[in-house]
Design a protein around this ligand. Sequence first.
Ligand SMILES: C[S@@+](CC[C@H](N)C(=O)[O-])C[C@H]1O[C@@H](n2cnc3c(N)ncnc32)[C@H](O)[C@@H]1O
Length: 254
Amino acid sequence: MSPALLRICKAPAVTALLIQLACLPASYVALRLLLGAGVDIDYAGAALLQGVLAAACARWRRLARWWLAIELLFPLALLGTLGLQLPPSLFFVLFMLFVLVFWSTFRTQVPYYPSGLRAWNAVAALLPVQPLRFIDIGSGLGGLVLALAARRPDSTFCGIELAPLPWLASRLRTLRQSNACFLRGDYESLDFAQFDVVFAYLSPAVMTALYHKASAEMRPGSLLLSYEFCIDIKPPSLTIQPQGGGPLLYGWHF
Ligand SMILES: C[S@@+](CC[C@H](N)C(=O)[O-])C[C@H]1O[C@@H](n2cnc3c(N)ncnc32)[C@H](O)[C@@H]1O
C-alpha cells in the first residue's frame, strides 16, 4: 500500500467509517439472536445496538472520546434523517458543498475556521520592518493575507490552501491586491525556504510534523508563527497574547 493511501486509511474518520461497516454483520447476528429469543426490537433499537457495538469497537481502537459519541449516535441519526424523507438531491448538494469547503480535512485533521482581527493585529506587529515574503499555510478565505498585504505594500503575502472553494474565494478577493497571491495545494509540498515568515493556524495533530519541516527548510533569521497551537517538542521563542484576548500566538526563530 502506498504511504499516501496508508495515511488516508489511518485517518480517524476513515477508521470510524470502517468500524461502522465492520459492525454491521455482528449487529445483524445479535439482532437475529435477540429476535429469536423473543425480544421485541424495533428499528430504533436495532440502530442503537449497532451504535453500541461501533462505540465499543471505537474504544478498543483507542479513537478519541468524541468518536465514541459519534459512533453511538450515527445509526440513530441516520434512521431519523431517513424518516424525514428529504429529497436525495439535497444530500448530494450538501455532500458536494462539504467536499468543496473541507476537501481532505478527514486526512489532514485541520478543518476551516478563521483566525480573526485580533490575531491579524498581533501578527502585523511582529513582522520585520524591512520588506519580507510571508505565507499563511492553510489560508482559508484569505482574510489574514489580504489584511497584511493592505498594511504592508512593500512586501509579498501569499497563502496556500488545499480546499477548492475557500481557495477560489481568496483568489477572487485578491484581484484588487497586487502584493497578495494564493496557491492551491498542500503546504507539505511547499519549500518554506522561500519565506521570511511562515504563519500557521492548523491543529494540534500536525504541529510536530510542521516543526520538523520548518526546522529542515526555513532559513536562518526567519520566523514560524502559530496561532493557538503550540509545538510540544520545542518551546516557543515568543508567546504573545493578542490585544482584546483570545488564543495565544506562538513564534519560533530559526
Ligand atoms: C483553521 S483554518 C485557518 C484559516 C486561515 N489561516 C485563518 O487564519 O483564518 C485552516 C485551513 O488550513 C487548510 N489546510 C489544512 N491542511 C492543509 C494542507 N496540508 N495544505 C494546505 N491547506 C491546508 C484547511 O483547509 C483550512 O482552510
